[in-house]
Design a protein around this ligand. Structure first.
Ligand SMILES: Nc1nc(=O)c2c([nH]1)NC[C@@H]1CN(c3ccc(C(=O)N[C@@H](CCC(=O)O)C(=O)O)cc3)CN21
Ligand SMILES: O=c1ccn([C@H]2C[C@H](O)[C@@H](COP(=O)(O)O)O2)c(=O)[nH]1
Length: 264
């Protein structure tokens, strides 16, 4: 996770102070990229302990097309609670756009199924894209999508994936987002009979909140450790049939957790 550390150090060095929607204030860079070759191990930050369980459950919830926090809460995941209304609803966020995008002519588009079909049928296609950025529905979403578009590519028998994240909370959100899309790359590759390739993370407004700076410096003072390995249990399940227990992370030896307040 050297790339994560280098970019964090750059935000501290070169970041420009910005006001932001939450009133917290950030140091921000515009436009940055990190690459993770999934052959090198699973990109889970080692310089603080991360809760992989929350990350897996959140991804399964997106893939189920769910946009209500109840399912997360039943599995003890509370990361979306602050944004939900009194019924637990978040509006038409990721799950809705990924699995059931409503087009102007009344069609319901399952972007994930269509992506898998396209990768299988035409692996050379340069149109392998899923987008959560639905301008007509942004106003009804509790939060506009941050990880808003991803593209896959098949090359040399491997599935590469690039994410565009328009807004990136580098200390709290980004370690979750990297692990989540790395998992998705593994799952999509398996679904299509390919090996997982490179995960490319591209960020737009890449920021450290002003109340995360001490935590970031503490983290940068720690030595980066070897990456863990991910094993996915094969029960013959399809992309939508995974359970939390199917994911096993081995040799994860992180430094202790570092707590930080989330900006709402
Ligand atoms: N400011 C902000 N940052 C985000 O990363 C973020 C949002 N808002 N809003 C929507 C989602 C919710 N996400 C979140 C919310 C909270 C944590 C968080 O508090 N993480 C703790 C541990 C939480 C746990 O696993 O239960 C951490 O130390 O990583 C992480 C991602 C990512 N997103
Ligand atoms: O998956 C996520 C979701 C959210 N974030 C962060 C990025 C920003 O700090 C906030 C969103 O605020 P906006 O004003 O809508 O940009 O949440 C993230 O890093 N990852």
């Amino acid at each position: 996770m050297q790339a994560y550390h280098e970019l964090m150090a750059r935000i501290l060095d070169e970041g420009v102070p910005q006001e932001d929607r939450t009133g917290t204030g950030t140091l921000s860079l515009f436009g940055a990229q990190m690459r993770f070759d999934l052959r090198d191990g699973f990109p889970l930050v080692t310089t603080k302990k991360l809760h992989l369980r929350s990350i897996i459950v959140e991804l399964l919830w997106f893939l189920n097309g769910d946009t209500n926090v109840r399912w997360l809460q039943e599995r003890k995941v509370s990361i979306w609670d602050e944004w939900a209304d009194e019924n637990g609803d978040l509006g038409p966020v990721y799950g809705k756009q990924w699995r059931d995008w409503e087009s102007a002519d009344g069609r319901h588009i399952d972007q994930i199924r269509e992506l898998v079909a396209l990768i299988r049928k035409d692996p050379a296609s340069r149109r392998q894209i899923v987008t959560a950025w639905n301008p007509g529905e942004l106003g009804r979403m509790a939060l506009a999508p941050c990880h808003c578009l991803f593209q896959t590519q098949v090359a040399a028998g491997r599935l590469n994936l690039q994410l565009y994240q328009r807004s990136a909370d580098f200390f709290l959100g980004v370690p979750f987002n990297i692990a989540s899309y790395a998992l998705l790359t593994h799952m999509l590759a398996r679904e299509c009979g390919l090996e997982p390739g490179v995960f490319v993370w591209t960020g737009g407004d890449v920021h450290l909140y002003s109340n995360h700076l001490d935590q970031a410096r503490l983290q940068l003072g720690r030595e980066v450790r070897a990456l863990p390995r991910l094993t996915i249990r094969d029960r013959g399940q399809d992309l939508f049939g995974y359970e939390l227990e199917d994911f096993v992370i081995e040799d994860y030896d992180p430094h202790p957790h570092i707590a930080a307040p989330v900006a709402i």
